[in-house]
Ligand binder design. Structure first.
Ligand code: SF4
Length: 733
């Protein structure tokens, strides 16, 4: 870090923010890299990669197709997303192990084969495990999950990415990201009473809204930082994903040192202390935007429903419930998840539950507890918080995502029935938790979840209102209390980690050829060195074509490890300019109308490559590698658009596709859905346009110029068939 930083310092000659220090100290080329916040694209070398089980499947399958012996960067896989909550921890876990057997077997054997640490089902949620074991101040990591920024609670720059980025880093390619802008959040004062770290991010979400952090890192600083626990900082960074931030970070401080020491990493804490000056912002560092929050004045907040940026302080919440006619009765309170399941969170929650039990009362609403990791579960079991929460009425769920990601077989309300739930999670979009669009989902601190669960109503304010004890007497809850770290250390609980074995060569990766969820990927074919002639247009897309239109999510996610099966969703959401309809295109060889993937399959069977015409900003939306893999798999050669969303454009290049743009955007209008085209691939050269010859069904042929953004190494990807083929070729030579 120091070496790279001193190179960058001498070039930039200005004070740096902490986030900048971490990013620039991981530059692949600190001498030559262009560095302009919000403008340049940085090529970085992350220290770690983490994948959750849903996204790991395709990432590892792709990695395997490069034929490399092991990952180039330390990587872990975490089984947390596929466990459905129904009866409680042990039963739910056993059911999941059975249902997902083939996925778990594949992940376990492939991790063993390629030197990846494997955290078995039941071990806990990816971000909690990373914080407990892998995060460190000054580090840079990427993770195939949007809440990867949780590791910012230990001063790490941790960014959620798509599988394609993870594969690159696993295969030793640099990771590319647009140099983020930096939003500073200065914390002053000190929290007390019912206010919790969660309230900081709930407040920030209200200020910045769900889009306000896009393309930026949120960097917390100021004297208020030191009053927060490391896990509390993790909560804040975690939910920074809800404002679209690239990540969120806190500077290294004593609270992080304490957490490192408590999780058996004191030597990392000591090492960080010797570099402490570089693990925080420089004096005079400038932010692109600055927000100030006085923690002494910060009220507890509840955000929602349906969006995490609708922030209401508790003092105004009762009125908001009435004014908006949100269902008053609280049906379910849910605590835990990767966002809020620290020892401190659970201790504070248990202190409220204990207060209630001492007054002879329990939860009025249904109540669930999701420990973030086996270590947390075992520690709060040993120290009694778990028992208190169970006595209070809590059902303890598996150490996994569960209801947070919709893995919840909820049976207390019918689909379509309006109702309210309150959680200490991070996301509350419509239908996320229980697939019921009428569920009003709110997010808040675990403290308020427990207090309102006790009252059974959204209209309860524990700061001002009283409750009835078992004898009918009025009584007021005491503010929560709880230790940040366990006085007797953490109890690791059951051993749920599988380290890569010494002898990896003999490991067989288990994928059944009959599986409909997993499929070994074959490397894509090399370019034949010829111009492509007489290509049909599979579809001329009209208007917005996002990665969701190109590769839909929802039920299709089941097949994310099976490229051929998931390809049946290719472009089914895109609107065909020929008829204004989705998933209805004309097969140019038969004249029949069929589905987009079905037509592509027919061309592929006949050995015909095809192209797609797209409008502006084609491929915007979440970075989904399937959106680039599927057209390649079904025989596509080129996607020709007015413009691309940059990440999707890069993903297409990585899969050996040609993303091309009309030099004259008006040519988009001239081209007809039933035209045939020739693409002069042999003209491909850095900075040179490529000729497109258009042959309309009727009338004379015409030519257009197509631009591209391939650089030399990327042209190799096209020629080799994919970036992974290029990696494999280099590795073999
Ligand atoms: Fe994502 Fe929820 Fe799991 Fe956290 S607990 S990783 S937010 S699904």
């Amino acid at each position: 870090m120091s070496e790279n930083l001193s190179i960058v310092r001498s070039r930039l000659n200005r004070p740096l923010t902490y986030a900048e220090k971490v990013l620039y100290s991981h530059l692949d080329d600190p001498h030559g890299q262009d560095i302009q916040r919000g403008k340049s694209y940085l090529k970085l070398r992350p220290d770690r990669v983490a994948c959750q089980d849903a996204t790991a499947q395709m990432a590892i399958l792709q990695f395997m197709s490069a034929n490399l012996p092991s990952v180039a960067t330390p990587t872990t896989v975490h089984c947390d997303h596929l466990i459905e909550a129904l009866e409680g921890g042990d039963q739910d876990l056993a059911r999941a192990v059975d249902t997902n057997k083939e996925v778990y077997n594949f992940l376990s054997t492939s991790c063993a084969k390629y030197n990846i640490g494997f955290w078995k089902p039941g071990s806990g949620i990816i971000h909690q495990i990373v914080l407990e074991n892998y995060a460190f101040p000054g580090g840079l990591m990427i993770g195939t999950d949007s809440h990867t920024p949780n590791a910012g609670g230990l001063g790490m720059c941790a960014v959620g990415v798509g599988g394609a980025d993870a594969v690159d880093v696993m295969a030793n390619l640099p990771w590319e990201v647009k140099a983020p802008k930096i939003i500073g959040v200065k914390l002053t004062g000190e929290m007390s009473g019912w206010t919790a770290p969660k309230d900081i991010i709930l407040k920030v979400a209200g200020i910045l809204t769900v889009k306000g952090g896009t393309g930026a890192i949120v960097e917390y600083h100021g004297p208020g930082v030191d009053s927060l626990s490391s896990t509390g900082m993790g909560t804040i960074c975690n939910m920074g994903a809800e404002i679209g931030a690239t990540t969120s970070m806190f500077p290294f401080n004593d609270r992080m040192y304490d957490y490192l020491a408590a999780t058996k990493r004191k030597q990392i804490g000591d090492f960080a202390r010797t570099y402490a000056a570089e693990l925080r912002e420089d004096k005079g560092a400038e932010y692109d935007e600055l927000i100030e929050i006085n923690l002494s004045e910060l009220e507890p907040h509840i955000n929602g429903p349906f969006t995490p940026d609708l922030a209401t302080p508790i003092s105004k919440f009762k009125d908001a419930v009435e004014a908006n006619k949100w269902p008053e009765e609280l049906k379910v309170g849910l605590i835990g998840s990767c966002t809020n399941s620290s020892y401190e969170d659970m201790s504070r929650a248990a202190s409220i539950a204990r207060d209630a039990l001492d007054h002879g009362v329990k939860a009025k609403s249904m109540f669930t507890v999701t420990p973030g990791s086996e270590q947390i579960r075992a520690t709060i079991e040993r120290d009694g918080q778990l028992e208190t929460l169970e006595q209070f009425g809590g059902m303890v769920l598996a150490n996994a995502c569960g209801p947070c990601i919709g893995q919840w077989d909820r049976r207390d309300v019918k689909k379509g029935e309006a109702n309210s739930i309150l959680s200490s999670y991070n996301r509350n979009f419509t239908g996320r938790n229980d697939a019921n669009p009428a569920t009003h989902s709110f997010v808040t601190s675990p403290d308020l979840v427990v207090a309102l669960t006790l009252a059974g109503t959204l209209k309860f304010n524990p700061l001002t209102d009283t409750l009835k004890d078992k004898d009918g007497n009025d009584w007021k809850l005491s503010p929560p209390t709880g230790d940040g770290l366990p006085a007797n250390g953490y109890d690791p609980g059951r051993d749920t980690y599988q380290a890569p074995p010494q002898d990896r060569a003999s490991v067989n990766v288990l994928v059944s050829p009959e599986s409909d969820r997993l499929q070994i990927l074959e490397g894509f074919q090399k370019w034949d060195g010829q111009d492509a002639t007489d290509l049909p247009l599979l579809i001329k897309c009209q208007g917005k074509t996002t990665t969701d239109h190109i590769s839909m999510a929802g039920p299709w996610l089941k097949y994310r490890g099976h490229l051929d099966n998931i390809s049946n969703n290719m472009l089914i959401g895109a609107i065909n300019a020929a008829n204004g309809e989705a998933n209805k295109v004309k097969n140019q060889t038969t004249g029949e109308i069929g589905s987009v993937p079905g037509t592509a399959r027919d061309y592929k069977k006949k050995g015909i490559r095809w192209a797609v015409i797209g409008d502006w900003n084609y491929g915007e939306g979440s970075s989904r590698e399937h959106a680039a893999l599927e057209p390649r798999h079904l025989g596509g050669l080129a996607i020709i658009t007015r413009s691309f969303a940059r990440i999707h454009e890069t993903n297409l290049k990585k899969q050996g596709m040609l993303p091309l743009t009309f030099a004259d955007p008006a040519d988009y209008d001239k081209i007809n859905p039933d035209d045939k085209v020739d693409i002069m691939c042999t003209e491909l050269a850095v900075g040179e346009p490529v000729t497109l010859k258009v042959h309309p069904k009727e009338g004379s042929s015409w030519e257009a110029k197509l631009n591209h953004t391939f650089n030399e190494p990327q042209l190799e990807w096209f020629k080799d068939g994919s970036a992974l083929n290029t990696m494999a070729r280099h590795a073999a030579s």
